[in-house]
Design a binder for this molecule. Structure first.
Ligand code: ADP
Ligand code: AMP
Length: 213
């Protein structure tokens, strides 16, 4: 099963992908997490991606496609969270999967309005070490400022400042939203009201994946 999570930043893709990956025992591939790790380690990719990420713009397709080629599991299912984000990336994904005789099973669209995104991202806290995600109001850690899972410090992502969040939302509308039509045309798209609770959304996704559509 190869599932793509599509939706604006802050729509809850990472939260659901982490849950689902545990529940179904399939891999979770987040290009955002991989890029942040590359920036932290100061790799060549990290150096090239850093400024785009800080500005809230997309990292060039060629870098992202090479990254995905490197990490994509050859066996077993996986969830793609935050990739593809442009039509050229979606086409590259199709080519890559074809090479292994595979295809995208389903694309789940997380629908939320801009103000919900701003509210969620302004309160998002991310673990500086393991990448776990919390929210000051909607999913607070047990101890303030400390990760429940690994005990490290929780921080606000630089690109979660309101001005950058609004730019990221605009970038989503302009460059990523065309993928809605792209996947609708292939009969793969399932839209979800992503303003619901984490549990409700999780339940819906499990239903959709179980009954094949
Ligand atoms: P994305 O991966 O799409 O950018 P995240 O999963 O990181 O989004 O979620 C963004 C923020 O919103 C996080 O702080 C998360 O805890 C919170 N969040 C996620 N899903 C929900 C939800 N259904 N209701 C309220 N808050 C949520
Ligand atoms: P995310 O964690 O998914 O919100 O991604 C954080 C940032 O990483 C984005 O704002 C982009 O700069 C970059 N990024 C992540 N995935 C992609 C992608 N598929 N294409 C281009 N840039 C990406």
């Amino acid at each position: 099963m190869i599932v793509v999570f599509l939706g604006p930043p802050g729509s809850g893709k990472g939260t659901q992908a982490k849950k689902l990956s545990q529940e179904l025992g399939i891999a979770h591939i987040s290009t955002g997490d991989l890029l942040r790790d590359a920036v932290k380690r100061g790799t060549d990719l990290g150096k090239r991606a850093k400024e785009y990420m800080e500005r809230g713009e997309l990292v060039p397709d060629s870098l992202i496609v090479s990254l995905i080629e490197e990490v994509m599991p050859k066996d077993g299912g996986f969830i793609l969270d935050g990739f593809p984000r442009t039509v050229p990336q979606a086409l590259a994904l199709e080519n890559m999967l074809e090479g292994y005789g595979k295809h995208v099973s389903k694309v789940i669209l997380f629908e939320v309005p801009e103000e919900v995104v701003v509210d969620r991202l302004s309160g998002r806290l991310t673990c500086s070490s393991c990448g776990a995600v919390y929210h000051v109001k909607y999913n607070p850690p047990k101890q303030e400022g400390v990760c429940d899972l690994c005990g490290s410090k929780l921080v606000q992502r630089e690109d979660d400042k309101e001005e950058v969040v609004r730019r990221r939302f605009r970038v989503y509308k302009e460059q990523t939203e065309p993928l809605v039509e792209f996947y609708k045309g292939k009969n793969k798209l399932i839209s979800l009201d992503a303003t619901q609770s984490v549990e409700e959304i999780n339940k819906k996704i499990l239903e959709v994946l179980k009954d094949g559509g």
